[in-house]
Design a protein around this ligand. Structure first.
Ligand code: PMP
Length: 384
């Protein structure tokens, strides 16, 4: 046999057509993508450095500035999921050995703490049980003690199901020369956030939740304070792909006349992100926030009528006498609805329901409630 002959045959699965079921994505993300955004993703590919692509990226930048309520020039979308934004924020603004303070009341703070540890930061944790709230006083005391260069808080803690207040924290960070980093992956478009007014130095989100774009891109913005810190560092950031010196040029944010090749951005992902931001701009932030508040209140009422306990936003306690995995499997099998269990410290304790953006309709709340009622009727008292 010659060296060039193929010894591994084409796999049988590759000779079958792609199959993707229709599902109601009522979990914590991704959420269903409306036809207009799906259509945007199916447009023909153009070069990632064509002038038309730069225009689309400029539109995305404006769309993010609106969604974040910021005038920050340093506003881009990551080629990658929410984790890319988490790593970008930490890698660029923190140098090895520097102190950071991470608030942890669910899984997301713990993730950011691990990311910071991996790059050699001196990590301090401010911990509450899942779903707990931090007072501004507690935060200030911890900042005074640890003198961090960065403080992290999740606005929408999707593993524990809470929306944390941010007012006043940006001012505390300023007073102590610390950057304020906020995660809004699970809350942007659903709950109000005002990057400039609330003195948030670094803010990021994801594409796949209330924005309703496919997963894979992540808006992020840095204000002047954050830029001063990240562009005056002594060491280069750990990641080449996430280095803001390069990304700011790729996104036309560094004032240089030309954009140089850095990496090939996800062209279709940017088309769909542009459309999702366009839909938000057309609808308006206030309208989007109002809709989420109304539908969540409606869903809560229905959940309470079913006798389910609500420890906090979007999460429900796994009811006594039920196996949560069985409930979720039943709902998926009989109703084509995805809901999910807990995550990290909340696993086994809660089930999570998300009705985000396009999915945020009372008719969908009814679908979720009917499915839950049916599951409660049929899965009773099975052993865990
Ligand atoms: N932060 C929060 C609050 C999230 O809910 C998520 C996604 N579940 C992430 C970060 C990470 O985003 P991704 O899965 O897109 O990397």
């Amino acid at each position: 046999r010659s060296m060039s002959s193929v010894t591994i045959p084409p796999p049988a699965c590759m000779l079958r057509p792609l199959e993707v079921p229709l599902r109601y994505l009522f979990g914590p993300g991704p959420s269903n993508v409306p036809p207009r955004i799906l259509a945007a993703a199916s447009r023909p590919i153009i070069g990632h450095m064509h002038p038309e692509m730069y225009e689309i990226m400029n539109d995305i930048k404006r769309g993010i500035q609106y969604a974040f309520q910021t005038e920050n020039n340093m506003t881009i979308a990551m080629s990658g999921s929410g984790h890319a934004a988490m790593e970008c924020a930490v890698f660029n603004t923190v140098e090895p050995g520097e102190s950071v303070l991470i608030s942890i009341n669910g899984i997301w703070g713990e993730r950011v703490a691990e990311i910071a540890e991996r790059m050699g930061a001196n990590v301090h944790r401010l911990v509450k049980t899942p779903g707990g709230y931090f007072t501004n006083k507690e935060i200030e005391q911890a900042i005074e003690k640890h003198k961090p260069v960065l403080f992290f808080l999740a606005h929408g803690e999707s593993s524990a199901g809470l929306c944390h207040p941010v007012d006043g924290i940006g001012d505390i960070c300023r007073k102590h020369n610390c950057l304020f980093l906020v995660d809004t992956v699970a809350s942007l478009g659903a709950a109000p956030i005002f990057m400039d007014k609330q003195n948030i130095d670094i803010l990021y989100t994801g594409s796949q939740k209330a924005l309703n774009a496919p997963p894979g891109t992540a808006p992020i913005s840095f204000n002047e304070r954050a830029c001063r810190k990240m562009f005056n560092r002594k060491t280069k950031p750990l990641s080449y792909l996430f280095d803001m010196t390069h990304l700011s040029n790729y996104w036309g944010c560094d004032g240089k006349p030309a954009r140089e090749y850095h990496h090939t951005g996800p062209v279709s992902g940017f088309f769909s992100l542009r459309e999702s931001l366009a839909i938000l701009a057309e609808k308006g932030l206030e309208e989007s926030w109002k809709k989420h508040t109304e539908v969540v209140a409606y869903l809560y009422k229905g959940l309470e009528d079913l006798g389910l306990k609500l420890p906090s936003v979007t999460t429900i306690t796994v009811p006594d006498g039920y196996n949560w995995r069985e409930l979720l499997a039943y709902i998926m099998k009989h109703h084509q609805i995805e809901m999910t269990g807990g995550l990290g410290p909340s696993i086994g304790m809660v089930m999570r329901i998300g009705l985000m953006g396009y999915n945020c309709e009372k008719t969908n709340a009814d679908k979720a409630l009917n499915a839950l009622a049916d599951a409660l009727k049929n899965c009773k008292k099975s052993k865990s």
